[in-house]
Design a protein around this ligand. Structure first.
Ligand code: A2P
Length: 283
């Protein structure tokens, strides 16, 4: 099927569907109102999928923007796909429902379209969102996470094995950090090369009159992966959505796939001694 800016949902086995591109909403710092404005611009541009979380501290702004655009008549609730997330201190089964209800209350919406586990490592409940003991050590917690996995994906981390497995089993991948993140040294390995400065992505961008970011996003959606690039900047929100009016050749797809360096930007090294730290394993 040929996807376009107005028609790019992919079907899910439960009868629902997910738009191939979503807007990431994690932002640090969080200038007041930028999120509401960014979201509203994104809805005007045609974005219908929003990737948020309670821990991002701006879910109420995301909800406000969605509700305003619904009230304006620009979109209907059923056209929006919102993904919320369960934070690490709330993995205990009885805490899940209240966490979801808190998300709905913040958004002031009746339902979310997807609610996923934010990170597959639990922290001790009841001691704040980032609990530490009196010696400054992280307070980890046990939980059953066998069905959980994390998927960062971009040309430097193409996830070939996982992608093949998911293709075979009809599983849709949502690729986070598709532009290589904001390179925030608090949680990103900034010694890794910067994806958007890649020469091949830049030169392919020149060929198609696109940017390296658009080539990176196109690469993922052309493999059938959903992408959730974050931006609250009007020009970049627009830019990231303009990926349906060109396609990469098979040769170019292969060349981009060959850029893979197994570079994981989001390493979360501060939690690498967590017994459930997910990135020691191969996926
Ligand atoms: P900003 O929010 O100021 O636009 P990822 O989605 O991989 O986590 O990357 C998000 C980071 O990339 C943010 O810092 C965002 O900054 C920046 N960004 C988003 N879109 C683009 C783009 N088209 N070109 C360059 N940087 C971008």
């Amino acid at each position: 099927m040929i996807h376009s800016a107005t028609n790019h949902r992919i079907p899910l086995s439960d009868g629902n569907s997910i738009p191939l591109i979503g807007l990431g909403t994690y932002s640090d710092p969080r200038p007041v109102r930028t999120c509401v404005l960014g979201l509203k611009m994104a809805i005007d541009e045609g974005y219908r999928h929003f990737d948020g979380a309670y821990i991002y501290n701006n879910e109420h702004e995301v909800g406000e923007a969605i509700r305003e655009k619904i009230a304006e008549g620009k979109v209907k609730r059923e056209e929006i796909f919102y993904c919320g997330k369960l934070w690490a201190t709330e993995h205990t089964p009885e805490l899940v429902r209240p966490a979801l209800e808190r998300t709905l209350k913040g958004l002031k919406l009746d339902y979310v379209d997807l609610f996923i586990i934010e990170i597959p490592m639990a922290f001790e409940p009841g001691k704040g969102m980032y609990p530490k003991d009196e010696n400054g050590q992280w307070l980890y917690h046990k939980s059953d996470l066998c069905a959980t996995w994390e998927v960062e994906c971009h040309p430097y981390f193409t996830q070939a094995k996982l992608w093949e497995f998911c293709q075979q089993h009809d599983i849709v991948i949502v690729a986070y950090s598709p532009l290589g993140t904001c390179r925030n040294p608090r949680w990103v390995n900034v010694s890794s090369p910067s994806l958007l400065k890649d020469e091949l992505l830049i030169s392919l961008g020149k060929k198609y009159n696109k940017t390296a970011a658009q080539i990176a996003l196109r690469f993922n959606i052309q493999r059938g992966m959903v992408v959730i690039p974050k931006s609250f900047n009007h020009k970049r929100i627009q830019e990231n959505f303009q990926i349906f009016d060109f396609s990469l050749t098979e040769e170019e797809m292969k060349d981009i796939a060959a850029l893979n360096k197994n570079v994981r930007f989001v390493e979360l090294l501060m939690w690498s001694n967590h017994p459930e730290y997910p990135f020691h394993d191969e996926y």
